[in-house]
Design a binder for this molecule. Structure first.
Ligand SMILES: Cc1ncc(COP(=O)(O)O)c(C=O)c1O
Length: 464
C-alpha cells in the first residue's frame, strides 16, 4: 500500500524538541557525538530527558511522554519506584556505608532468590553489566572445555567487546550464505582474529547449525544464544531442544544470554518457558531495575573454575611461582556485588513477584491492540514478542531470524516511531518496546490511541 506522507515526521520532531537540539550541540563539545554510549544517539538528535517518574518521562522542553523504551528494558518497575529507592537508602542507613570491599550478606540473599527462579544457576557470580557477564561466561566455558573458539547467532547482541561484536547487524550483501553466514566485525579497531575465532550460526535453522558445530567441534567451547533474538524473535521450541542436544553431544557449553529475557519472558526467563536447561546463564538489565548489574550462573563444575580456593590468581602476590594455566580462572571487580545495587535488585524482585502477571496482561493488551489496529488499516504486520517486551514488525510473513527482519518494512516502522514521539510516546526509533509495573491501563489506552492516530497519518483511513 502506498504510504501517505502528510508532513515529514523528522522535521516535526526537530521543531518539537528544540532544547534537546541545543543541549546536544553543547554535549558535542564534551563527548564524541555528544553521547557517552552510542545507543543513546539517533538522528537528527536524541530527545534529552530531565525527569522520570513511574511510566513517564519529561524532556528538556517540558513535554511529557509515556516511556515505552524503559531504558532498553532495565526499568522493569518503572522510573523512581519508591520501594526500590527506599531499599537503597535503607541499605546505606543500615550498613553505614555503601561499599565494603568484603563479602556481604546481600550477595547470598539475592543469590538464593535468583536460584529459586533460575534453578540452573547452581552457583553464580555478580558483575556490573550484561557485557561483563557474557564475557565471564565465555572465559568459564573456555576454561572448562579447553576450546577457545566460540559460536554466536547472526543478529544476536551480547555486549560490545571484540569477541562478540561480530555479525550483530551485518550487511546481508556481505554476510554470505544464509545457511553458513560469514563472521563480520561490527566495529573499527577490532583485531581481525576475532572474526575468525567467533563462528556465526543461523538462528532457527537446526540442520545448518548442526553442520557448522560438528565441523568445528574440536575448536568451539561455547555457543551463546539470545533465546529470544533481540528480545522479540523467539527461538522455535524444536530448535532450542535440538541445540541443547547437539551441544551436549559435542561437548560445547550452551550459554543462554538472558540479559534481555530474564524476568521479562517470565520471572524464570526463557529457560523456564522452553524447559531447556543451559550450562550457563547470563542476566542483567531488569535484575537491577535500572541499576547496573550482571549475573553469571550455571553448573557447579563450570562455575567452580573461578573459585579462589582452587589456586591463586594475579592478585595473589605471595605466589610468584604460580602457573597461570593451571591456577584459578580470573574474575574480579571492585564493584561486583555492590550492596546498593543488590538492595535495589531485592526490591525489584519483591515487586515483580507480586505484580508480574499484571505487567504481562497489560503488555498482551497493548500487543493485541496494535496487531488488531494494523489489520484495521490493512497493514501487513503484527506486534511480536514474549512477555513484557515486544516489537512491531511490518511484514506479510512470520519472521524467524535476522535476515527475515531485514526484509520487513523498516522505513515505515521508523516513521511510525518518529510520529509516536510527536504524540508523547517515548520510543527509540526502531528499538523494541518494554512495559513495566508502572504502566497503567490508562497508559496502555493512551498508547493505543496514539498508535491509531499515527497509523491513520501514515496509511490513510481504516480499510474496514
Ligand atoms: C542480550 C544482551 N546481552 C548483553 C548485553 C550487554 O549488557 P550491558 O549493556 O548491560 O552491558 C545486552 C545489552 O543490550 C543484551 O541485550
Amino acid at each position: 500500500m502506498a504510504v501517505q506522507k502528510l508532513e515529514h515526521p523528522i522535521l516535526d520532531y526537530k521543531k518539537e524538541t528544540p532544547s534537546s537540539q541545543v543541549f546536544m550541540e553543547e554535549a558535542k563539545k564534551v563527548m564524541p557525538g555528544g553521547v557517552t554510549a552510542n545507543i543513546k544517539y539517533f538522528e537528527p538528535h536524541p530527545v534529552v530527558m530531565k525527569h522520570g517518574k513511574g511510566s513517564k518521562l519529561t524532556d528538556m522542553d517540558n513535554k511529557e511522554y509515556i516511556d515505552l523504551l524503559m531504558s532498553y528494558g532495565s526499568l522493569v518497575t518503572g522510573h523512581g519506584h519508591e520501594q526500590v529507592k527506599n531499599a537503597v537508602i535503607e541499605q546505606m542507613d543500615r550498613d553505614g556505608t555503601w561499599l565494603f570491599g568484603t563479602p556481604h550478606y546481600l550477595e547470598v540473599e539475592m543469590g538464593n532468590r535468583l536460584q529459586k527462579h533460575f534453578p540452573s544457576m547452581e552457583l553464580l557470580r555478580y558483575t556490573n553489566s550484561g557485557t561483563e557477564a557474557t564475557l565471564l561466561s565465555l572465559r568459564l566455558a573456555a576454561a572448562h572445555t579447553g576450546k577457545h573458539k566460540i559460536a554466536k547467532f547472526e543478529g544476536h547482541y551480547h555486549g560490545g567487546y571484540d569477541q562478540m561484536l561480530v555479525s550483530v547487524n551485518p550487511s546481508v550483501k556481505e554476510a554470505g550464505e544464509e545457511e553458513a553466514p560469514c563472521s563480520l566485525p561490527e566495529s573499527k579497531g577490532m583485531h581481525p582474529a576475532h572474526a575468525r575465532n567467533t563462528i556465526t550460526l543461523p538462528f532457527n535453522n537446526l540442520k545448518a547449525c548442526e553442520k557448522i558445530l560438528t565441523k568445528h567441534k574440536d575448536e568451539i567451547g561455547a555457543v551463546m544464544i539470545e533465546p529470544v533474538q533481540a528480545g522479540f524473535i523467539p527461538a522455535e521450541k524444536s530448535f532450542m531442544k535440538g541445540l541443547r542436544a547437539i551441544t551436549d553431544e559435542l561437548g560445547i557449553v550452551l550459554i543462554f544470554d538472558e540479559v534481555k529475557t530474564g524476568y521479562r519472558t517470565c520471572l524464570g526467563g526463557a529457560q523456564k518457558l522452553y524447559d531447556v536447561t543451559p550450562d550457563l546463564t547470563t542476566l542483567g538489565k531488569a535484575v537491577g531495575g535500572g541499576y547496573p548489574v550482571g549475573v553469571v550462573g550455571g553448573k557447579k563444575e563450570i562455575m567452580m573454575h573461578s573459585a579462589p580456593s582452587q589456586g591463586s590468581d594475579v592478585f595473589d602476590s605471595s605466589q610468584s611461582t604460580r602457573s597461570s594455566s593451571k591456577d584459578v580462572l580470573f574474575h574480579s571487580g571492585t564493584y561486583n556485588g555492590h550492596p546498593m545495587i543488590l538492595a535495589a535488585g531485592m526490591a525489584v524482585l519483591d515487586i515483580l513477584e507480586k505484580e508480574i502477571d499484571d505487567v504481562m496482561k497489560r503488555t498482551e493488551t497493548l500487543k493485541n491492540g496494535i496487531s488488531e489496529m494494523l489489520q484495521k488499516y490493512g497493514v501487513q504486520g503484527e506486534a511480536v514478542g514474549i512477555g513484557s517486551i515486544f516489537s512491531v514488525v511490518l511484514n506479510k510473513d512470520k519472521i524467524r531470524n535476522y535476515r527475515d527482519l531485514q526484509k520487513t518494512d523498516l522505513a515505515t516502522r521508523k516513521e511510525i516511531d518518529f510520529r509516536l514521539l510527536g504524540k508523547g510516546i517515548y520510543v527509540k526509533p526502531m528499538n523494541r518496546y518494554s512495559i513495566s509495573t508502572a504502566h497503567s491501563d490508562e497508559d496502555i489506552n493512551k498508547t493505543l490511541e496514539a498508535y491509531d492516530e499515527v497509523l491513520r497519518e501514515v496509511y490513510g483511513g481504516p480499510r474496514f
